[in-house]
Ligand binder design. Structure first.
Ligand code: ATP
Ligand code: MG
Length: 365
């Protein structure tokens, strides 16, 4: 078997800064653990536009299709704001998502003990929290046809969007959720509005079908999305994996993000269909953007990107122990009191730089 391959796309703004810290972590793993990656690096976003006149060169696209996992920093920045829509940095990322057909967006919400008081919620609600929201990303009301704004022939206008899901669209994202659950606490909660929406009825039936036929060993529950939203804020630790559609997932994953504190802590993954080797196509990236306001100042928190790499270890490379080790190292440096500025809030303590944070995590490893 060839070594697993990782394609790194640092991108723009703080992307290259946080990725430099991930490279230190990767170097540690190849020096100290029996894990050999083929690591390649390429350009995306504004950086690719500067060199090739396009935010994602065809050759880069082809490398991404072949890689076992792609790890992306961030794209965009004020320098590129005036570019034509077709070559905007964000288009590079959209092309990757579309051509890799990444239909399952994974957003973990995990609370590190040392940050439990930093969250906007009470410590006992978030302490020990570790849940995963799986959002369907390529269908539903954001894409359904017909859509548009038209005259209603009575002097007013009517805006239309169509909330539409097919059997196969639901089944494939359900499979992603059940696969993940097997690598976690083996529980899935599916959320929809089957009380008022036909697409919600189909969603519930098809998720149940995938469960009964293919994943009977995983515990499955169903919840209406409004009550799910309430439960997510009231008692989030009751969940393991939540699977939901594009619209509800958009809202629920942003709400869940606030359970944990800073944007600088949040990793994500987008998964597609299984490849020949059985692993899903996968793109890992921090939730945050290129943060032009702090780029080049050593203020960026590298943890979101480092935890995105930890997700790659677990979900693309089957290196769950290594992922746990890396998360433990992050927990340890936070427990030591190390904080980048985004984790300090109003506190007057001294902050560490991006690279000091990365070095500390490697030392903790
Ligand atoms: P995009 O449109 O690319 O999502 P955005 O403007 O919505 O970009 P970000 O670039 O993520 O959002 O920045 C939002 C705010 O969060 C900024 O003030 C930024 O400095 C801060 N921020 C984002 N990422 C980090 C990080 N890794 N460390 C510290 N602060 C961050
Ligand atoms: Mg944003």
């Amino acid at each position: 078997m060839p070594n697993p391959s990782l394609l790194i796309l640092p991108g723009d703004g703080i992307g290259p800064e946080v990725m430099a810290e991930v490279r230190k972590v990767i170097a540690w793993f190849s020096d100290h653990r029996d894990v050999a990656f083929e690591v390649a690096e390429d350009l995306v976003g504004g950086a690719a536009y500067d060199k090739h006149g396009t935010p994602l060169a065809d050759a880069t696209m082809a490398r991404a299709q072949k890689a076992d996992a792609v790890l992306l920093g961030a794209v965009g920045g004020p320098k590129y704001d005036k570019l034509d829509f077709a070559v905007k940095p964000e288009r590079g990322l959209l092309r990757l998502r579309k051509e890799m057909d990444l239909f399952a967006n994974l957003r973990p919400a995990q609370c590190f003990e040392a940050l439990a008081d930093f969250s906007s919620l009470k410590r006992d609600i978030v302490s020990g929290l570790d849940i995963m929201i799986v959002r369907e990303l390529t269908s539903g009301v954001y894409f359904g046809e017909p859509r548009g704004i038209a005259d209603d022939n009575e002097g007013g206008r009517v805006g239309t969007n169509t909330h539409r899901y097919t059997t196969e669209e639901i089944r494939r994202v359900a499979r992603s959720a059940f696969e993940l659950a097997r690598k976690r606490d083996n529980r899935v909660c599916s959320m929809e509005k089957s009380n008022v929406m036909e697409a919600g009825i189909l969603w519930r039936e098809e998720v149940q079908w995938v469960h009964d036929e293919e994943y009977p060993d995983v515990e499955l529950t169903h919840m209406l999305a409004d009550s799910g939203a309430m439960q997510l804020v009231r008692r989030p630790k009751q969940f393991d994996v939540i699977v939901t559609d594009n619209l509800f997932g958009d809202l629920l994953s942003d709400a869940a993000a606030m359970l944990t504190g800073s944007l600088g802590m949040l990793p994500s993954a987008s998964l597609g269909a299984p490849m020949e080797n059985g692993r899903p196509k996968a793109l890992y990236e921090p939730v945050h953007g290129s943060a032009p306001d702090i780029a080049g100042q050593g203020k960026a928190n590298p943890i979101a990107c480092i935890l995105s790499f930890a997700m790659a270890l677990r979900y693309s490379f089957d290196l769950g122990d290594e992922a746990t080790l890396l998360k433990g190292a992050v927990e340890a440096v936070l427990a030591q009191g190390l904080r980048t500025p985004d984790l300090l809030g109003e506190e007057g303590r001294d902050a560490v730089t991006t690279s000091e944070m990365g070095d500390a995590i490697v030392a903790a490893l």
